[in-house]
Design a protein. Structure first.
Length: 307
């Protein structure tokens, strides 16, 4: 019997107290229903809400393992296997090893153990965002219209953990080819207005999962970036052309200048198709992490700690 009681299981007299209902024996899955008066499904739902994979606006029926509950379980499983950390009790990102639970929506013994561990550690689910300082990069600058995402951190940008290598790679490429990179946007908050968009922002944009960057190039530090169309029109043997083609071939980005309609400032490592279950997991957790960071700015780990 797995009881989610932890250190609060005993009161001062040492008697065992039921501070959290048990998740019960066996598997919980779509269609599982508690007996009247509560049971393992209600306990599971409470843990999913505490972990924040079941959101306040998702009306799961108490005691019924319904579609909302199943979706939350899949998120919990994805989080276990794909986010190498959690939001700790103090609001800091705490590293933890990945745990492959599969993503099948069924709660077995391993998933229960993971939920127990999260509760005991005081962990809340979070995303894969990291932040980087423009000051730490040699040739990557905030563009004229760049809007910082984290209050009090004007020189910081936010992207997905796996996209940080693209930013670093662009910095190195800029040095190699003698250009400077001016960033307009990286991660985008869901619902945010897009200033100066070249094309209408995509509903399933790679920016919303932190895997895209809009930029201009220039030949001088902090001065005179060219219009982004210059990236698209540059010949392959020019500095801009070398940068563009390096981003496409070596850094394995898609280039927006190849899209129809054309989006010449844009490079991404989109998860295709946008709106797929994998895309939605990245979107859910990275947008969640950003909302957490608004409350607790230390929640997003810095690029250097993102290994
Ligand atoms: Zn873009």
């Amino acid at each position: 019997m797995l009881a989610l009681s932890g250190a609060k299981a005993r009161n001062e007299s040492g008697a065992k107290m039921a501070t959290a209902a048990s998740l019960g024996q066996g598997h919980l899955q779509l269609g599982s229903i508690d007996p009247a008066g509560g049971g393992p499904v209600a306990a599971l739902q409470a843990e999913l809400r505490r972990l924040q994979v079941l959101q306040p606006n998702e009306p799961a029926t108490p005691g019924h393992f319904d579609g909302h509950t199943e979706r939350a379980v899949r998120r919990m499983q994805w989080f276990a296997g794909q986010v190498p950390g959690a939001l700790g009790p103090a609001g800091a990102f705490v590293a933890r090893p990945l745990l492959n639970l599969g993503v099948d929506g069924v709660v077995g013994p391993q998933a229960k153990q993971f939920l127990l561990q999260c509760r005991q550690q005081g962990w809340v689910a979070t995303g894969r965002l990291v932040k980087f300082q423009f000051d730490d990069l040699a040739r990557v600058w905030p563009g004229a219209g760049y809007q910082p995402l984290l209050a009090g951190e004007p020189g910081v940008a936010v992207c997905a953990r796996e996209f940080a290598a693209v930013v670093s790679g662009m910095d190195a490429a800029a040095q190699a080819f003698g250009v400077h990179v001016f960033v307009n946007q990286v991660f985008r908050i869901e619902g945010a207005a897009v200033n100066g968009a070249v094309v209408p922002p995509a509903g399933f944009s790679a920016h919303k999962i932190g895997r895209a960057i809009d930029l201009q190039l220039g030949m001088q530090a902090g001065l005179n970036p060219q219009l982004s169309i210059a990236i698209k029109t540059a010949a392959a043997n020019t500095p801009f052309g070398k940068f563009r083609d390096h981003a496409k071939t070596v850094l394995q980005c898609r280039y927006g200048g190849d899209f129809s309609p054309s989006d010449p400032p844009h490079f991404d490592r989109q998860i295709l198709p946008g709106g797929s279950p994998t895309w939605k997991f990245h979107h859910f957790f990275n947008q969640l992490q950003y909302r957490q960071a608004l409350l607790k700015p230390q929640a997003i780990p810095a690029l250097g700690a993102a290994a």
